[in-house]
Design a protein around this ligand. Structure first.
Ligand SMILES: C[S@@+](CC[C@H](N)C(=O)[O-])C[C@H]1O[C@@H](n2cnc3c(N)ncnc32)[C@H](O)[C@@H]1O
Length: 219
């Protein structure tokens, strides 16, 4: 059975949303500074603390849930931070909409939706293609930080990273700041890893194909 084609209205809405995101990022991100990016920044507990602890870094948190971003923005404003910015976007679309030349010095993924059922693994954010796309915006030495309470997801990402030439696991790397997030507070246990961008060239990233509105994980 062939795939049902997307309706023109759906494609038009996506094109419009992506154009708006491109314009927002072009006007709001610093032009010449590698970013600290938190994917799925939730209620902003981590990133606001991080931006406060490292004022010379420019931190950007991305999430798809408006209410969480509003709360994050309020935390940032209470702390009077000018180096912390929150954007409502789906992570692939954010990556795709970044202005040419913008790169990452750090990428944080804290308690990503685990999509525990095997048939839903395709919805997980950390997959080989996405890790390669991240590598395309990361210079040698950029760090990727992951923390999750889902043991099988942790193992799967560890295996993916071990098989990619663009990232190398660094078990000795330090965790630069401990700040409990909403989902960390709920987790009975969790595991963390740090991967470092190698000098191996990344595969050129293609434009993200139209995708249905992102689904929020089952928690
Ligand atoms: C389990 S919560 C963790 C939130 C926060 N990091 C914490 O530790 O409390 C996962 C977050 O990722 C966001 N999210 C899920 N898929 C996403 C995607 N594709 N792009 C951006 N954010 C996403 C969700 O909206 C949610 O806020």
């Amino acid at each position: 059975m062939g795939r049902v084609p997307y309706k023109p209205e759906f494609l038009a809405r996506i094109t419009e949303r992506r154009a708006a995101l491109r314009a927002e990022l072009a006007s709001s991100l610093p032009a010449r500074q590698a970013l600290v990016w938190e994917i799925g920044s939730g209620h902003g507990h981590f990133l606001v603390q991080y931006a406060q602890a490292f004022p010379a870094k420019y931190c950007v948190g991305v999430d798809i849930i408006r209410d969480r971003l509003n709360r994050s923005g309020k935390k940032r404003d209470r702390a009077r931070l000018s180096n912390c910015h929150f954007v409502q976007a789906e992570a692939h679309e954010f990556l795709d909409a970044l202005p040419v030349g913008v790169s990452f010095e750090e990428i944080w993924v804290l308690f990503p939706d685990p999509w525990p059922k095997k048939r839903h693994h395709k919805n997980r954010i950390l997959q080989a293609g996405f890790l390669e796309a991240l590598a395309g915006r990361a210079g040698e030495g950029t760090r990727l930080y992951l923390r999750t309470d889902h043991a099988e997801y942790f193992q799967a990402v560890t295996a993916l990273l071990s098989n990619l030439q663009t990232w190398r696991l660094d078990p000795a790397a330090a965790w630069p700041l401990e700040q409990e997030t909403v989902f960390q507070a709920r987790a009975p246990a969790y595991q963390s890893l740090v991967a470092v961008r190698t000098s191996h060239p990344a595969r050129p990233a293609g434009t993200a194909a139209p995708r249905p509105p992102p689904r929020v994980g089952p928690r």
